[in-house]
Design a protein around this ligand. Sequence first.
Ligand code: MF3
Ligand code: CO
Length: 248
Amino acid sequence: MIILKTPEEIEYMRAAGKILAACHREIAKLIRPGISTWEIDQFVEEFLAKHEATPEQKGYSGYPYATCGSVNDVICHGFPKKDPLREGDIVTIDMVVRKNGWLADSAWSYAVGKISPEAKRLLEVTEKALYLGIEQAVVGNRVGDISHAIQVYAEAEGYSVVRDFTGHGIGQQMHEEPYVPHFGPPGRGPRLKEGMVLTIEPMLNIGTYHAKVDEDGWTARTRDGKLSAQYEHTLAITADGPVILTKQ
Ligand code: MF3
Ligand code: CO
């Protein structure tokens, strides 16, 4: 069942999204060679506490941390680690923020110091894929129109689109219907309606889209060890078009 949100409920989600976006802006300033994803996770815990918000991922299905910190070949759900990030790494920080009972979800990939031209292009294309998906999030379109726009662009740029993880509806629960794949045919899936709130969160890989999960049961990596990037926003579908609730 798809739970439509009232304008008032969307305002609550926007408040969660604002905190999340502000947190990402601070993370952008912290990211440099030598800092660890564990330190970033600590920072996020403190930042959210200061804003009277809570990290929804912590304890979700047993996930142990406030954030996911996914380095290089890690696609998503990487555990924060004390190993320092190194010049040339790329790292995706993903978090879900709860404020006054309502959620927002956003992931962002960051460059650590100077990165290779290959890594830089992957980041640029993945971010653009997100925005091309968001453009399709208009009343009357279907979920598949979002999926298709992302896949066509990503593959035209020479990247593969991860199949195993999707965007999703979100509200008072982290994962609601509809699920939003980042690949697939246009014109299929649920029709988009005013009041739907979704995440779009494409993960693009330089090599194969196939993933494998580490012994920890969470960390998902590319099977070929090549780089993966991800950008995610939470957005509301309104009569005036998509409204990004986690805008930085
Ligand atoms: N924010 C992510 C999502 O899109 C990841 C959730 S990780 C988990 O769903 F640990 F919370 F499950
Ligand atoms: Co999400």
